[in-house]
Ligand binder design. Structure first.
Ligand code: G4P
Length: 281
């Protein structure tokens, strides 16, 4: 399978980001806790140079907690602030404000020394499509968020959400394009649903997912679908179709439907908390 993005979209997104990043002190980068590396675009390190940096492992509820903690240690070691969150349920979101202050400590100290007092930290949320940027902004800002008006020096039309007297958040997140140096990154992005299934062969994708699950989480598919995991991946897909009564024309196995069902179960956490990649030691 081959994964491709459209260069036009990428250029536009990058231009927007370059424009907005000039206005901010802190980059809040969301990554998917199941694939913290593959869901990053390393360009952000260049774009966010000289900014305070905070990485959020979002959708932490869908990844194994042991690995969430390992990833936090990994990113901290690299000099980032890093915490896990579940933006959908709000888990970990409340503590973010203090994490933001902590991440910007040096900047605030510099300001203080230069006699700049009470200038709020300005932050922007960035991440690849579907990683949860809007959900996070909503969870953090809540419904009652006070939007501040345009300010001198700020591009017209940009809205800042005042989180408290110390922090303002740009209401439009920055879209980073995923970057695949190798196809395994593309495959992981496809597993979590970051690449539209319409442009993929869903059965092939499901078979690849089965291969991963059998190797990394043996027994998970057997338990969930009451099947044998012993055969090859396509045999397993057929077994899932059979066990879930996915049939066409009355009696033929509908492996395409089974593939969609399996991927949907995984993406929504119904196979349990699974992490797809692990930090390098
Ligand atoms: P984006 O702005 O980065 O493109 O992402 P968005 O907030 O639209 O979120 C994409 C999907 O991820 C949404 O699901 C959202 O509910 C889900 N999501 C965001 N954060 C979390 C999280 O921490 N945990 C879990 N489990 N899911 C999260 P959706 O299927 O598009 O919508 P819905 O069915 O949830 O309404």
């Amino acid at each position: 399978m081959h994964f491709q993005w459209y260069p036009g979209h990428m250029t536009k997104a990058k231009r927007m980001m370059q424009e907005n990043i000039k206005l901010i002190d802190l980059v809040i980068e969301l990554v998917d806790a199941r694939i913290p590396m593959s869901s990053r675009n390393p360009d952000i390190d260049e774009l966010g140079r000289n900014k305070s940096r905070l990485i959020l492992l979002n959708k932490a509820d869908l990844a194994e907690d042991k690995w969430n903690d390992e990833w936090i240690a990994y990113f901290k070691e690299k000099g980032f602030s890093c915490v896990k969150v579940n933006s959908k349920k709000g888990g970990g979101v409340k503590s973010i404000q203090s994490v933001i202050q902590e991440a910007c400590k040096e900047k605030m100290e510099r300001d203080r020394k230069r006699g700049i007092l009470n200038r709020p930290v300005r932050a922007m949320v960035v991440g690849i499509p579907n990683v949860g940027k809007s959900t996070f902004i909503n969870a953090l800002a809540g419904k009652a968020c006070a939007k501040t008006g345009n300010k001198p020096g700020v591009t017209k039309g940009k809205q800042w959400i005042r989180l408290n007297k110390n922090v303002e958040l740009l209401d439009t997140p920055g879209i980073l394009w995923p970057k695949f140096e190798d196809q395994s990154v593309g495959l992981k992005l496809a597993f979590i649903g970051s690449i539209k299934d319409e442009i993929l062969n869903v059965e092939e994708l499901a078979a690849d997912f089965i291969t991963f699950a059998k190797n990394s989480y043996p027994g998970v598919l057997a338990d969930k679908y009451d099947i044998e995991e012993a055969g090859d991946s396509y045999e397993c897909l057929k077994a899932i179709a059979e066990s879930r009564h996915c049939l066409v024309r009355g009696n033929e196995l509908d492996t395409e439907k089974a593939a969609a069902l399996l991927l949907d179960d995984f993406r929504n956490g119904r196979l349990g908390r699974l992490t797809l990649e692990y930090p390098e030691k």
